[in-house]
Structures are given as C-alpha cells and as structure tokens.
Ligand binder design. Structure first.
Ligand code: RNT
Ligand code: ZN
Length: 402
C-alpha cells in the first residue's frame, strides 16, 4: 500500500491559481493596431476565430475558465488597454484604460497580473528599449514600466489580490557585439529608475524575466538569466523563469530551489520550446512534470506564481489555453499524490535503489481517476467532454469571426 491522501491533494490543488496569459487569444496582437508583432517572438498559424476585440477576448477566456477546475487569474499585457478609440501612448497608460478588465475580473473573481509591453511599438523598432543607447528611448520605456507598476498596484488594491507585474524586454543583437557590458549597465540603471518608487507588496510585486535569445536576436540578449538572477537577488524582486528561455536540455525545474534561496518569490512562465523558444502549447511531458514535482516536493507552491506563456495560432485558441492549463493542473495533481515523506526518508537513508523503484512504480497508479473526480467535484467537464464544449463554442462564436 502506498499511503497517499488524495482528498488532501485535491484540496491543495483547488488553492492553486494559474495566471492565464491573455495573449494566447489573439496571437500576441494587442488592441493598438500598430502592426507587426516584434521583439523576436512569433505566433505562427492562421486558425480562424482569433479575438478581435477585448469583449471577444473576455468571452473566450470565460469559456476557458469554465473548463478548468478551480479559480484562476488573468495575465494582461499593457497593449490590451481599452482607450475608447483614442491614441494613448504606452507611457501614458492609466488604470482607467483597464477599467473593463478590472470590472470583469471583479465580477468573475479573477486575480489580475500585468506586463508592460516593450515590443510591437515604433520606439522598440531598433530592437532596444530599456537598454537602448538612446536616452529618449530608454526614458520612454522607463515611463511605461513605471506606469505599468501603478496599474498593477491599482489592480491589487481594487481586487484585494496581489498583482505580479512582470518586465520582459527583447533587447539584444543579431550578431555578436563588441561591448556586452554597456547595454547591461544601461539596463541596470533603467531598472533602478523603474523600481525607485516603493509599492506596497500587498498590491504589486515586481518580477523580471530573462532569456537566452530571440528571433533575430540570436547572439546577445542584454537581459540574460545571469543578469536578472543577479538583479533579483540584490534587489529582492521576483525572478521569472520561462521554460522556453534556456538551452534545450536545460530545465527550469532545477533552478527553482536554487533561486528561492536568494529571491523572495518566483514567477513561472510555463511554456514549451520545441527546438527553440517556440511557445508551443504545454503538454503533459517530463519537463512539465519535473516543474510540478519541484513545486510540490519543495513546498514552494506559496512562493511561486504560476503563469502560462505560449501562443499557438495553428489550432483552436480556446482549446490551446484549455489544454495547457488543464495539463499544468494535472501535472501538479500528479505531484501532489506522491508519497513525498516516504520518498524523502528513503533518499536520506541513502537507499537509491528503493527510491528509483518507488518513483517508477508510482507512474502506474490510477492518477486519472483522481483528476476526473476533481473535475467532477468542481463541476467542469471530465475527460474529452471539454472538447465538446469547445467545439460547440467554435460553432456558435469563433466561426462567426472573419
Ligand atoms: C518572450 C517572453 C515574454 C512574452 C510575453 C508576451 O520571450 O517569454 O514573457 O512571451 O510577454
Ligand atoms: Zn515568458
């Protein structure tokens, strides 16, 4: 007998709030109509039905949340502002431009997270933002990041639910630079300016996200992992770990316990790179399970914010969100039903044979039944039933969009 308290596992799972990334719904388009997606990221595919307005995006999200057990968050990007047809540049964005999102979040009990959008903008056309050699460009993006923190704090205050505001910038070079230091000095200085004002951590938490490379930015990324790890550790901000931002054999699972010794909290961007940072829909693979196991085995659930970050435009977008989110929850549940105390005791006794045998044995346990029960208990579709709902929604709603 393997003594596992499945009731406790599903109780714990019910407390986990995933932050769904709004940008899966419209291929990282935003509502400014400024043209191409830039910044070295790309959404490929032309599946019909992408959201064209904030109302459509919210409707799609409502559908997704209705298919997930538990209460979840929304991760918003700044260029999803609703400015009523007026041009409001990003450094002038105010909480009022997100009033509809906030009302919707309140009505549906979603926590909100936020991101400055430092790409897809004329002032990011050179490929540099906070680390630009041009002071005017830097100042613009500093102002945008400051405005974003204020918007995040407003969300946190209004919802009584802390917002995590995550800064990611695309800055870097296609080819090898001769000066790798100066842009990093500029970025450090810009971040210092962005974070000068202290914000009550009950309302807003700051996170910073590093990366290895982007499309057209293959040789040098200013905001590398080491850069942000150092910055986050010295300034005690949150560190964002995106599963697609490392070398293909490098796993973010192993970074969590190390980073948490030096930074207060972590934000995860759960994603799936295929050969490169391709932002594929998250599947229930070894990488995802390793992340979930780390969070549970390490007791890190209370210090790690779990966000999703991928954008697949080649399949039904509502399904893309739902599949990735359900998989993330399933991976967590699989980790939650492990007999962790027993495994820990075995490991500490030095019996690695027993550890290996038990870990392998666990893979055959009827985990699916616990997941189905959890879905049933939360009144959401069991198994493939969620696809029936999505197909009906596609018929009724998505297929009407041209
Ligand atoms: C890009 C980063 C970043 C973005 C979003 C849209 O490589 O992962 O998190 O995906 O901000
Ligand atoms: Zn990311």
């Amino acid at each position: 007998m393997i003594g596992v308290d499945t009731d406790r596992a599903i109780e714990t799972l019910a407390t986990v709030a995933l932050s769904l990334h709004c940008w899966q719904g419209d291929d990282v388009g935003g509502f400014e109509n400024v043209g191409e997606l830039s910044g070295g990221i790309a959404a490929t595919g032309n599946y019909p039905g992408k959201a064209r307005t904030a109302d459509e995006l919210r409707r799609d999200l409502d559908k997704v949340y209705s298919l997930l057990p538990g209460q979840h968050r929304l991760n918003l990007h700044a260029f999803y502002a609703e400015t009523g047809g007026r041009k409001v540049d990003r450094n002038e964005l105010q909480p009022e431009h997100f009033a509809n999102w906030l009302d919707w979040a309140k009505a549906n009990q979603h926590g909100l997270d936020f991101n400055p959008t430092c790409f897809s903008h004329p002032k990011a056309a050179s490929g540099f933002t906070l680390a630009s050699y041009d002071e005017g460009i830097r100042d613009f993006w500093i102002e945008h990041c400051i405005a974003s923190r204020q918007i995040g704090a407003h969300f946190g205050r209004e919802l009584g639910n802390t917002c995590v505001t995550n800064i990611w910038i695309p800055d870097g070079y296609k080819d090898s630079p001769v000066d790798r230091l100066k842009p990093r000095e500029l970025l450090k200085d810009s971040l210092d300016k962005v974070f000068t004002e202290k914000i009550d951590p009950r309302y807003n938490l700051d996170a910073i996200e590093g990366k290895l490379f982007g499309l057209g930015v293959e040789s040098y990324t200013v905001g590398s992992h080491e850069f942000y790890l150092g910055y986050a550790a010295t300034h005690q901000t949150l560190l964002t770990l995106d599963a697609g931002h490392y070398h293909p054999t490098e796993s973010i699972a192993d970074k969590i316990s190390a980073a948490l010794l030096f930074v207060p909290e972590i934000l995860l961007h759960v994603s799936r790179g295929v050969r490169w940072d391709s932002d594929h829909v998250v599947i229930l693979d070894d990488a995802l399970q390793a992340i979930a196991q780390e969070l549970v085995r390490g007791g890190f659930l209370s210090r790690v914010h779990i966000g999703l970050d991928y954008f697949d435009a080649s399949i039904n977008r509502v399904a893309a969100w739902t599949i990735g989110a359900r998989n993330t929850l399933r991976a967590l549940l699989m980790a939650l039903v492990e007999p962790i105390e027993q495994l820990r005791t075995i490991e500490q006794s030095g019996d690695y044979t027993q550890r290996l045998a038990l870990l392998e044995e666990l893979k055959g346990l009827p985990f699916g039944a616990v997941w189905d029960y959890h879905c049933l208990k939360h009144g959401v579709p069991v198994g493939m039933q969620y696809m029936d709902e999505i197909k009906a929604y596609e018929q009724r709603e998505l297929s009407q969009r041209s």
